[in-house]
Design a protein around this ligand. Sequence first.
Ligand SMILES: *Cc1c(COP(=O)(O)O)cnc(C)c1O
Ligand SMILES: [Zn+2]
Length: 443
Amino acid sequence: MEYKAWFQCINNCDEKYELNEIVYRCRKCDNLLEVRHDIDKLKTSSPDEWKKRFEDRYRKSEWPYGSGVWGKKEIVCPNIDNKNIVSLYEGGTNLFWAERYGNEIGLEDLWIKQCGDSHSGSFKDLGMTVLVSMVKQMISEGKQIPAVACASTGDTSAALSAYCAAAGIPAIVFLPKDKVSNAQLIQPISNGALTLSIDTDFDGCMEIVRDICKNDNIYLANSMNSLRIEGQKTLGVEIVQQCDWEVPDVIVIPGGNLGNVSALGNGFIMMKELGIIDKFPKIVCAQSANANPLYRSYLSGFKEREPIQAKKTIASAIQIGNPVSINKAIKVLELFDGIVEQATEDEIANASAKADNTGLFCCPHTGVAMVALSKLVDKKIIKSSDKVVVISTAHGLKFSDFKIRYHEDKIEGVTPKYRNLPVELEPKYESVKSAIFQRLDKL
Ligand SMILES: *Cc1c(COP(=O)(O)O)cnc(C)c1O
Ligand SMILES: [Zn+2]
């Protein structure tokens, strides 16, 4: 008996394809595809057997099962030969109790899931390991795939470049010119990817990469390719595992192209189908007010789903006006008592800095989630006793340019409330001493 998974049209029009077929949309109705699993086969193990299997493998060295993604291989992508797996030991990231920040905003039980503590510094590694492994498998089966390509706001390109470099597969990344951080730009360059800097925004890059992949036989690595969603799905499972199989009350996650919020929901749906959990958390999706198509749709009760022109935002990885996974995300939000909130530039920058002052080091997207969280606590939609998990999507070090500009008061539209600049001093005992006591007197 073998575990099985396949692509199926999200529109329920019965179109099915093998996972090793090069196809991203339904050939009948052009809708997105999702990966479906043989649930009856998965149910031949009991919930306790699944929990034990996942725990026995977690962060161990038996390759590839120590990876947070491949330790859950049966519910992610069972069709791949272990010899084709391209893993950088992704997942297994820190979930910690942010006691002090929680107290400051009125929460007793706030936890941060540090997805940025990962090989390329963001959660994008979770999905990319699955996609690049499938490419390696297809190449080993004789399929002609000269390269893998993606449009990116900076983190997808970093992950794709790293996994392709590890596998020896050529990567091409499409980046909007001057719209990604230096740390993000240097990642594909260092990993030897063909790095295209295009004078447009993410949505503009996406259009071109779609045409290139359609016409020129290059494999598309954007999250419209639902193999990535399967890897990202482990995020929800891992959180519940880290909470000793208890479901938190609320999960807050920043959203751009909206693949990750869909994946998070799918992980919970899978756990419920397997009997591992018996309820869902509330899911809050947080957007930048400058790139808020989902928030606008939410205000209309999800009746309207119009793309917008995204404006510049310090949360640059979610500067997306035409999110490819909006329908999948809305499906999840409707099932999870979902809420969408938004955050202005000033709110994002100050929430990030405030959280940093309690020992975090927030990327601006995590800052967007922090703002949404505070707003919902203030509105009493989130109760002070609720167990809340915030998904921190990237490592703050990828966005040090943003933090420097914040403390230098150089971000337009932001009034920094938590500035902290280096004190420049002569190398003299008296002046150093007086600088120290001036600061301590203020505490
Ligand atoms: C990609 C990304 C997001 C948004 O994820 P989507 O799946 O596009 O909604 C949020 N934060 C960071 C840091 C990202 O790289
Ligand atoms: Zn279809």
